[in-house]
Design a protein around this ligand. Sequence first.
Ligand SMILES: [Zn+2]
Ligand SMILES: [Zn+2]
Length: 332
Amino acid sequence: MGITSKTRKMLWGRSANRCAICRMNLVMDETETDDESVIGDECHIVAREKDGPRGDSVLTSEQRDKYTNLILLCKVHHKVIDDQSFSYSVQYLTELKEKHEEWVNKALDLDVVKQRDEEVYMTFIDKWSELCELENWKSWTSNIFFAGGYSLSIQMNDKLQEVKEYLFSRIWPERYLELNDSFENFTIILNDFFGVFHKHSERRGEYYYTERFYNVRDGDEEKYHGLLCEYNFHVDLLQDLLLELTRAVNHICDMVRRFLLPSYRINEGLLLIVSGPYKDLSMRVFRTQYKEKNRSTELYPGLDKFKEIRSTRDVCFGVGKDANDPEFLKNT
Ligand SMILES: [Zn+2]
Ligand SMILES: [Zn+2]
């Protein structure tokens, strides 16, 4: 499963973001115009692969990604230790790392309580990202955004229910309140998403589908039309809530980068969603986030308010507060 965020936090925090050999600072602060820049590497002491530097070892591949087998270095020293793997033996590197952390403790007066709080946060974040499958976000959400489908696998449904309870029952450090708020925001949206989805879900096989409740077939055209409007309103809202949830995740990742780990999900980038097929049979990819300015005041305002303000978001599928809203009817 690779190096966890908690391990990375331990490594960066306990090394004070510095190379264990030359002590160079590996995180360049953000400027007026640019984000932070990360110039260090999380290096394996025993290589990840058997045939890599110092790779001939009994360690399992999981153990190779653990904190004890990693050392933080600048790019230059990363290359040096891998090129000269006999001079830089496992034992020597382990000692270098220990000495460096000792130095950080003494000379830099490492704030131990802060570091511990941050590691607690990272434990929660690892679990959260695993349960809501950030790695497969575009894929599992595409079932909800798939025109006519609007479904969710039972497995994903259960994982999301679990993450909701998990987050709710955590004892959060009261250190980074904006980060705490970003998780609360996520939980509230997820809760409303479930509420809306399961109002019209039906279980078939491995999936929950959105019931086509307009199919009444009693020949009452007016009733049929009314229900169809309601159905369209419902699936728009469902998709808008999942978009809002995606925004919430992107916002959390921002907060994690700001407070805990500047390189968090930098390579993966923003979560995207894919929707369609549209009338021309195309699938479209969207990126979505809260607007740069006043991000924290823009968070989810609760379901009723959200229905009204969703059209001010960067992407939205529907409008109006219910299926009788003139604004909604105008658009159908
Ligand atoms: Zn260095
Ligand atoms: Zn290496």
